[in-house]
Design a protein around this ligand. Sequence first.
Ligand code: F3S
Length: 411
Amino acid sequence: MEGNIAVGVNMQLTKEEQSIYDGEQGEVLQKAMEILVALGQIYDAEKLIPIKSVQVAGVSYKNLGRPGIEFLEWWVEHGADVKAFSTLNPAGIDLKRWKELGFSEDFSVNQQYIVDLYQKMGIVPTCTCTPYELGNLPKFGDHIGWSESSAVSFANSYIGARTNREGGPSALAAALIGKTPCYGYHLDEERMASSVFIVDAKMTRDSDFGALGVLAGKETKKGIPYFRGLPDMMSYNFKQLGASMAASGSVALYHVDGQTPEARTRNMIAEANEVYAIEDLKDAYAYLNTGSEKIDLVSMGCPHASMEEIMIISQMLKGKSVKVPLWITTSQATACQASSYGYKDVIEGSGAKLITDTCMVVSPIEEFGYDTVATNSAKGCYYMQSWCKVRTRYGGMRQCVDAALTGRWSE
Ligand code: F3S
């Protein structure tokens, strides 16, 4: 291509990009460009492409610790300022109510500092894994650079936008340059399904989609599943299915026959593919239900609860009182709207809490000493069992609310 300069076997940069790579536009942009070029060379990208938005993960102090803070300080001290519209993943605390909820001062101060560092770089501190609910909403075919696995899956599959599963540093680099290497899910041919799942299992509860995701993610691993036989799905069903497969495998894109946008417009099944029949979901439920009947805490809102989910939960809680703590995690903006519509009063009137900015997985819940946490998130079960050292109970929204009202788990 005219004016382009080769920096690797296949990678070509424009004159402007080459000038950044050579350091003519400062150290920050040079470092960011080096990250993108290295990634592009690893994955055989031919060029960089402009992106519409970025979603940056790597926010919780629990994961970042002191080294993560020092990494972010370097960028801020050197004047980093993002070019692409960028939003932030959940943090480790509710930034407003951390004291009331029992988070330690040391953790909370460090956490707020991390969020401030990101904001100094021009990233909107949404602190949510559902940025598409808050204005970071790409359209079909848009190239984006997102890093939270459940959001990546939702954007690729439900919206039909195009993103690889970025790491925190590569998402930050993409935000600073406004571009990403063109490989993987940015390319038509890389979006074809590698496996077909024929679902004969009855899908009657909202938790069935997360359970299905456990089985499909384990089978297909990094592949792209194509589902046949699923009933008409709500947006939160897609959210749970994708989040679950991102945790049980590394699925970043899936198709649902007749429902997801690419599957509605063209054949999305590759010629060579594996076919699986899902007769029932028993194994998935067994895998996710490791806890006792006595519930210590109920956690909903993973991925972060939408207004629709908050409304449904508030209707279930109306006029009732919870026996064990019930946390419904969402973004500040969504909680603020829920407050205007009266849902927050209903939820908190029952003793449950609408918690913002964080979730059960990225907050330090292991410090609270819970044994069994009930949740409607299969992804939440995966990570709570492994990172947070708690046992889990898994079911639908109705079951989780009942567990909060009674303190017991019932099938
Ligand atoms: Fe979001 Fe936390 Fe679940 S980041 S997807 S609520 S593990």
